[in-house]
Design a protein around this ligand. Structure first.
Ligand SMILES: [Zn+2]
Length: 97
């Protein structure tokens, strides 16, 4: 996702880039997201399951989850990475005491 949540056009950066002729051919990738039915990361080109099967979570939501000691879903973040971040966060809390 190249934008911020649903407030901004997620492909706004791509469109803006195309507006200026920089002599560079940008490679614009569509947003990838985990699909529950495919069981992997997909784009709208590779998956036809529709929005109900996709797990689209913004980085803001993931940060909020980690701050609140909630584990992001496995489809969004590998459990070992989530553990690492949660451990790191609790070490920051301990240091501030
Ligand atoms: Zn799918």
């Amino acid at each position: 996702m190249a934008g911020v949540g649903k407030y901004y056009d997620p492909h706004g950066a791509h469109k803006l880039f195309k507006k200026f002729n920089l002599g560079i051919e940008p490679m614009a990738f569509k947003e990838s997201y985990p699909c529950k039915l495919c069981g992997s990361m997909v784009t709208e080109k590779t998956c036809r399951h529709g929005p109900d099967s996709s797990l689209r979570v913004s980085m803001t939501q993931i940060r909020k989850m980690l701050v609140n000691d909630a584990r992001p879903p496995e489809e969004i973040m590998r459990p070992d990475i989530a553990d690492l971040l949660m451990k790191y966060k609790s070490s920051l809390n301990d240091a501030s005491k």
